[in-house]
Design a protein around this ligand. Sequence first.
Ligand SMILES: [Zn+2]
Length: 147
Amino acid sequence: MVANCACGLPVARRTSWTSDNLGRKFVACKFYNHETRQRGCNTFEWIDEDILDWQRDVVNMLVAEKHRFPTDSNILKSRLVCETYEKDRLAAELEKLKNAAELEKMKMKPCKQHETRQNRGVVGGNEGIGSKFVVICVVVCVLLVMY
Ligand SMILES: [Zn+2]
């Protein structure tokens, strides 16, 4: 492994993030810029052995999954917000239905009272008929006694 690059400076130990060599360690000129290639020298050497195809696939898959986590997490968070909203909405709906049922119950009560009053009226009516019957009986008796 090289210790110094062509510039005469100690090499930098780095990790590759390309999909072909994901996670593979190498040493290179600390000034070398892969994009501009204008600084430093071309000193470059892999430290790790070349990875096998299946290792490359596994590593790439794991990294892709890792990148997917924040997205999945955000999706789950927004789903949770929706579920919470839906739960609150349903709770409010339930409360409204309970109140409506209570109101309906209250409306039913006066009906029962009304029926009771009607029954009383009927009873009173019967009493009225009874008293009229008594008066008629008395009149008939008086008439019978007179004749
Ligand atoms: Zn260099």
